[in-house]
Design a protein around this ligand. Structure first.
Ligand code: ZN
Length: 242
């Protein structure tokens, strides 16, 4: 492997790393947009769930209300039936008994009416709450639709860029010797996405450790691609000609 090749390989590795950083940045932005999509949908689902819950509660109260109304109608019928009998009654004893019946039925009817009013107030409050939630949902749907459109346009754009960058990446990655491709991939994975670093003033800028002087000096001669003995990252030096 001649010096020229080493130089070319190092240039490819540096450009490859820059591309990989760009690609990672784009993928991360893309993921956060997808996350935002999930959250928008989640927020709508949460409100819809609350609305469904309110509907169910209103339904239950409404059927309780219907029962109370039936009971109330029943009592009213009892009252008018008993009162209708009063003129035909012959004995004082029977008269008093019927009056007592009427009185009791009126009390029951009054209690039912109070219960009905309370039930209706509960229903009304829930309907107000439900209307508010429906309004919130409409607003959220409207905002989401606009944002949704922005996001899907951005995602498409990201995909195009990713495709373009991925093919640029291949142009830098594919010409490298297999062994170097493996080393690079492994270092990217194990060294926090930084595989290629500059050696400057006798130090590795990846781990900031001092390099053996002989190693540092050899970097200027291009005999082969060298690794930092501390962090294993691939080293390059900036020369006057760069
Ligand atoms: Zn190092």
């Amino acid at each position: 492997m001649g010096g020229n090749n080493v130089h070319e390989h190092m240039e490819l590795l540096k450009a490859l790393q820059d591309l990989d950083h760009e690609l990672n940045g784009i993928r991360q932005e893309r993921r956060s947009l997808e996350q935002e999509q999930v959250e928008l949908t989640g927020a709508m689902v949460r409100i819809q769930t609350m609305i469904d819950g309110l509907d169910e509660e209103i339904g239950t109260l409404q059927s309780q209300n219907d029962e109370l109304e039936q009971g109330f109608a029943q009592e009213e019928a009892n009252i008018s039936r008993s009162e209708g009998r009063l003129p035909e009654i012959k004995t004082q004893k029977e008269y008093l008994a019927v009056l007592k019946e009427v009185d009791t039925a009126k009390k029951v009817a009054k209690d039912l009416q109070t219960a009905l009013e309370e039930k209706q107030a509960q229903i009304d409050a829930l309907i107000v709450e439900k209307d508010e939630k429906l309004k919130q949902l409409d607003e959220l749907k409207e905002r989401s639709a606009a944002r949704e459109a922005e996001i899907s346009a951005a995602l498409k754009e990201f995909d195009k860029t990713l495709e373009k960058k991925a093919s640029q990446r291949s142009k830098h990655f594919d010409p490298l010797p297999k062994q170097m491709q493996k080393r690079y991939a492994l270092l990217m994975e194990r060294r926090g996405g930084i595989a290629v670093v500059e050696a400057r003033e006798g130090n590795c800028t990846g781990c900031n450790m001092h390099l053996p002087p002989q190693l540092f000096n050899s970097l200027f001669l291009d005999p082969q691609i060298q690794s930092c003995p501390h962090c294993n990252r691939l080293l390059f030096v900036l020369k006057a000609e760069d």
